[in-house]
Unconditional design. Structure first.
Length: 372
């Protein structure tokens, strides 16, 4: 049997890569088209051609209509030629994305993260096959690559420093608001040695956040010197130059999940890392700007983040609230209170790979049903 997997954003791409390996072990032929937060490096025609020969297709739901272009095209192709396809609803409220509305009566099945999201999706989508698979990328956080000591060594954090990881999102505007608020708050807190690591999102296409290969590509296309190009377009530069505390970025060759085990605190807005931190029982703060909140509502129709609603992350607005939250979460009592809630809502599964096995088994069953 041939199964096609299509995802542009980082989260579905990572999940589909794991799913592809599981399906291959079961003897299936798999065509994986994954962007990992960046533009897919294959022509759209190649994806559509693969779907023509497929028995089943699984499609991610990326975070904007533009980023979901290939996913939408894949769903339309599958619909047109009557190949069963399903959607992977990888996060809270993702089933409400309007750019996938045309498939609410056409999708054959859905994968969702939990019972609450199944109920929500059932009110929007018509498929009776709504499978609670969990999220494979969330599960991976409970099996970290490095120890706390190794992760801190990788980012240069001393034993007496408070290491704050602050993962960004795709929007440089939201990132600047987030990181500026964090720096303002830390400037008012005395008596601690802080170190921040800004973690660029792979979908952040500003040059300062881009990978080295992309910078070289820009150099070739523009004829500019790489250093000049980075200087001219480095919109985050002043955050590093004038920060009141030491600031770094995720080391080359590592990702945020690799170094998360070394963190004493995570400060973000609407990233998967907040859930990873909750699973690792690391204190989390979600810093809401008006731009971030309005974008979240536009994408999911949710007024707030689920992690804040559950109180596994502390919601703050502005540097004063940020300062108070940091002070409280750095106390044993404050950290313990949040940890107790994290344990309640994000229990750690000892079964590595459970989510992808659920997905693979569900696809196997569906393919057998189709064959009959």
């Amino acid at each position: 049997m041939k199964i096609v997997l299509v995802g542009r954003d980082m989260a579905p791409s990572q999940a589909f890569a794991m799913l592809a390996e599981e399906l291959k072990k079961a003897g299936h032929e798999v065509a994986l088209f994954a962007g990992y937060g960046k533009p897919l490096d294959v022509p759209l025609a190649e994806i559509l051609s693969a779907i023509e020969a497929a028995n089943c297709v699984v499609i991610g739901m990326s975070s904007s209509a533009d980023l979901a272009e290939e996913e939408i095209a894949a769903a339309r192709q599958a619909t047109a030629i009557s190949v069963p396809f399903g959607l992977y609803v990888d996060s809270y409220g993702a089933c409400a994305k309007e750019w996938f509305a045309e498939f609410r009566e056409k999708a054959d099945f859905l994968f969702v993260i939990n019972e609450g999201e199944r109920e929500k999706a059932g009110k929007i989508f018509s498929p009776t096959r709504i499978i609670i698979s969990g999220n494979p990328t969330w599960e991976q956080f409970t099996f970290p690559k490095f120890s706390r000591r190794e992760a801190r060594w990788a980012v240069g954090a001393a034993d007496d420093e408070i290491l704050i990881l602050s993962p960004g999102c795709k929007s440089p505007v939201i990132n600047i608001l987030l990181w500026g608020t964090l720096l303002d708050a830390l400037n008012e807190i005395k008596g601690f040695k802080f170190r921040i690591v800004f973690c660029y999102h792979p979908g952040d296409r500003t040059v300062s956040a881009a990978d080295p290969a992309l910078i070289v590509k820009y150099k070739k296309e523009s004829g500019c010197d790489v250093d000049d190009l980075k200087l001219n377009l480095n919109i985050y530069g002043h955050l590093f130059d004038f920060s009141p505390v030491p600031v770094g970025i995720t080391p080359l060759g590592l990702n945020t999940a690799d170094i998360l085990t070394g963190a004493d605190l995570v400060v973000d807005w609407d990233t998967t890392v907040a859930i990873g931190a909750a699973l690792m029982r690391i204190p989390v703060i979600s810093a809401a700007s008006i731009i971030g909140r309005r974008q979240k509502f536009f994408n999911t129709k949710m007024e707030t983040l689920k992690v804040c609603e559950l109180k596994v992350s502390r919601l703050v607005r502005g540097p004063e609230e940020m300062e108070r939250a940091i002070r409280e979460l750095l106390t044993p009592e404050g950290a313990a209170a949040q940890k107790k809630i994290q344990e309640e809502f994000y229990p750690v599964s000892p079964d590595k790979g459970a989510s992808v096995r659920i997905m693979a088994e569900a696809l196997e069953v569906r393919i057998q049903e189709i064959k009959k």
